[in-house]
Design a protein around this ligand. Sequence first.
Ligand SMILES: N[C@@H](CCC[C@H](N)C(=O)O)C(=O)O
Length: 299
Amino acid sequence: MSAATTAAGGTGRGIAFLKGHGTENDFVIVPDPDGVLELSADAVARICDRRAGIGGDGLLRVVRSAADPAARAMAGEAEWFMDYRNGDGSVAEMCGNGVRVFVRYLQHAGLAGEGELAIATRAGVRTARLTATGEVTVSMGRAELLPDGVTVTVGDRSWPARNVNMGNPHAVAFVEDLDHAGDLREVPPFSPAAVYPDGVNIEFVADRGPRHVAMRVHERGASETRSCGTGACAVAVATARRDGTDPAATGSPVTYTVDVLGGSLTITELPDGTVEMTGPAVIVGQGTLDPAWLVTALG
Ligand SMILES: N[C@@H](CCC[C@H](N)C(=O)O)C(=O)O
């Protein structure tokens, strides 16, 4: 019996969950303040299954930093740790849309006020604040533009892709038409594979106007999703450099609107290199996972 099964069966009450999304990048939220759940990769994949489970691009386990051995050492003043998992059960360092939804959940549950809030993630501590319109702005840290890129291929078209790290890895390819990205259910072939030994999120970007682009994404561990927050940040920074703009050189922030299939995100790069992301975060509903279902589902 796996740890997740033990936790689910052991309480006899099931596992409470909520469902939320940010620009239609959707998540199962599992509150676990005291860190008693050990969700295996299989359990996460079952829960995120869109036909046999609740369904989601990923899962956000909400745990107090002090209760999680991985978070305790690096959380600083961040009371809460976002334990993010991809829909296939794999662990990822960071999720931009996830952080906004995580913050929305903490407010919804009365666990956070409306001021600035620090959240621990595997990529480090991120701070978030509510905007006047009710959206959430997250300070996402600095984008790292790495020298080695890859070539991404779809059918008979190939594009060079910029390697951008936002705590997690991204390959950003500029295309004429987003339809050229084709069917993104499978990861598009890229080479050399050695550039991304742990896999990569691949963004396809097309121009929409001045400081305005649109993207599609194949997410590592989740297939094509309708949005990716870290991906939108990577895209904005790669586009700024392509456009010959660097806030560190000009001393002025630069803002891009990044359209995704599920809405729109506003990304600002500041002169100190910090990237800020603003977008919506929605709690859709809540329920309880039946422990008997999880035990059966895990076989
Ligand atoms: N959807 C997320 C990114 C989630 C993690 C990603 N799939 C990875 O494996 O790095 C976002 O909004 O940033």
